[in-house]
Design a binder for this molecule. Sequence first.
Ligand SMILES: N[C@@H](CCC(=O)N[C@@H](CS)C(=O)NCC(=O)O)C(=O)O
Length: 228
Amino acid sequence: MTLKLYYHPLSSFCHKAIIALYENGTPFEPVLVNLGDEESSRELRRLWPLAKFPVLRDDARACTVAEATTIIEYLDIYYPGAARLLPADAQIAWQARMWDRFYDNYIHIQMQKIVGDHLRPVGAGDALGVAQAKTTIRTAYGMIDAMMADKNWAMGEAYGLVDCAASPSLFYASLAVPFDPALRHLRAYFERLIARPSYARVLREAEPYFDMFPMSVKPALASARESQ
Ligand SMILES: N[C@@H](CCC(=O)N[C@@H](CS)C(=O)NCC(=O)O)C(=O)O
């Protein structure tokens, strides 16, 4: 098998890349990395010394591809399937890139700050940083609610890159900043995202590991089960 994905089942950015692989049934070898174990993480550190995952290794093309968004673009170019995840139309493609950045910067990374705070030593928490991250996420939720009032997927009728970015970022963010019931388009979009077979599979595969996550995953998992 030429494609190897270095990943961890709990990693939200890995979820984003795996959704894209599952959307097209692209064959790949998953390589589960335990960053706390020198031997387990050696190959990832050799390929990408920053040791952040996901990282895709394509031996056939002698390429190492880091960053979830770039992995999805790479798959779309070199391993295309029935589902094209980047819009072919340049007018829509720039918007997809903008909203992908929106989800990464204003939901995903903010959510990582909040989760990261749970892992800090007692007394070394960043209460102000967490409060600011929650405010950013709430503002972003309002924008998503407005954006999703009249469509199924972020760019319209075709599921793609932005929806891959939205799925794990909203799944984990909803644990820290629950959705305001008034934002019904956001809630309905989230239900569609977690019911999508590609993401439902990612969540099923992550479930045995959720006890290792520092926050309770139960509320979001309950939504996922209800929407199946
Ligand atoms: N910008 C990267 C972010 C990747 C990232 O933050 N990955 C996290 C897991 S979700 C990670 O590797 N964490 C391990 C660490 O920071 O030690 C991307 O888009 O793929």
